[in-house]
Ligand binder design. Structure first.
Ligand SMILES: [Zn+2]
Ligand SMILES: [Zn+2]
Length: 354
């Protein structure tokens, strides 16, 4: 499957252009998403497409890239950061808002006369001809609940590409760098909560990539629990088959995990600042490290690096393992709130200058 990043286009149908800014903002986009007929059919207006007979049909702008006619393709959709004014200041199309996979080109190019009449009548007289025509099913279409920011830098990092996307002509670009693709998909994976109704859909979709994408946490991993949870939910102690676990040795498996380089100075500073006491529950560090006898605490990023959080002193705290795991994996209960409150108070004090 080939992957393309595609910039959302202004709405040219249904004479609704004045309802949205030239490049829809997230809120506008949500409105667009929810305005589909009968059910949410995704990206219909922005990329000038709509749900016809249960299938999503789209027209994507032709310039900038050639899309294979007989290959399944995936589109990763981007819109601008907040609003038009702001997007000028930063970079256009800076937020990943959704993904559609298994898209199939039905004509290439698609002459104006092939545009379904239902759609054609909405096209403005002087709208530019839409050439690429594709379909995918609703079940392969996802609008992210937590859009991914700084997408331009993610997809076209300055370290690799000389020009930014905003300098590049065209609305579609292939993501043909494997490590970038892996990172983009991992970020999408990370952004979809396991508890979300979207997750089953996404799980099926990501299996189709044949990529070993792992849901990762920047600081704590709990990557196997999902399988464990399934087994737990399907079994009772009384009928669990313990005899099946004859000695088995795991086969080593190389896995790629998306991780972030944390600045060791930030980690060290956060540990120094904590003076061996958990900043979530005020308990002393549970043990000393064997390596150097220092008090063991874990440095936690309040806004995760994977969600665009900064690796800076005002975004970190030092926690005991219990508090740390609770923040990452626990229920948002009273204890959770208490820990968060303590951390926020600590950070506020640091700001004043202690
Ligand atoms: Zn603690
Ligand atoms: Zn953490």
């Amino acid at each position: 499957m080939k992957f393309f990043a595609i910039r959302i286009q202004p709405d040219v149908r249904e004479n609704q252009a004045d309802r949205y800014t030239e490049f829809p903002t997230l809120d506008e986009y949500k409105h667009i998403w929810n305005s589909g007929q009968k059910r949410q059919d995704g990206f219909h207006e922005c990329v000038n497409f709509k749900n016809f007979n249960g299938k999503i049909e789209g027209y994507i702008p032709p310039n900038g890239v050639s899309i294979p006619a007989n290959e399944k393709i995936a589109f990763i959709f981007l819109t601008n950061k907040a609003n038009k004014k702001e997007s000028k200041k930063y970079n256009l199309f800076d937020t990943i808002i959704g993904i559609q996979v298994g898209c199939h080109l039905t004509s290439q190019p698609c002459p104006r006369k092939d545009v379904p009449t239902e759609l054609q009548k909405y096209l403005k007289k002087n709208a530019s001809p839409l050439e690429y025509h594709y379909t995918t099913s609703y079940k392969n279409s996802i609008l992210l609940e937590n859009p991914i920011e700084n997408a331009s830098e993610l997809i076209f990092p300055k370290s690799i590409y000389k020009s930014t996307w905003s300098m590049y002509p065209g609305s579609v670009r292939e993501i043909n760098n494997d490590s970038i693709l892996f990172e983009v998909l991992s970020r999408i994976d990370y952004s979809i909560s396991r508890r979300s109704p979207l997750y089953q859909k996404w799980k099926r979709i990501k299996n189709s990539f044949h990529l070993n994408l792992l849901r990762t946490f920047s600081e704590i991993e709990d990557i196997e629990y999902e399988e464990v949870a399934n087994i737990l939910h399907e079994n009772k102690l009384s009928d669990f088959d313990f005899s099946s676990s004859i000695k088995k040795y795991p086969i080593p498996k190389k896995r790629s995990i998306l991780s972030y380089n944390r600045d060791p100075n930030i980690v060290a500073g956060a540990l120094l600042r904590a003076k061996g006491v958990c900043q979530g529950c005020f308990q002393e560090a549970p043990f000393e490290r064997s390596s150097d006898g220092s008090l063991y605490l874990e440095v936690h990023h309040i806004k995760p690096l994977s969600e665009g959080g900064a690796d800076s002193f005002d975004n970190v705290c030092a926690l005991c393992p219990n508090c740390h795991k609770l923040l990452h994996l626990g229920k948002k209960d009273n204890r959770y709130n208490e820990i968060m409150k303590n951390i926020k108070e600590m950070l506020a004090k640091c700001k004043i200058g202690n």
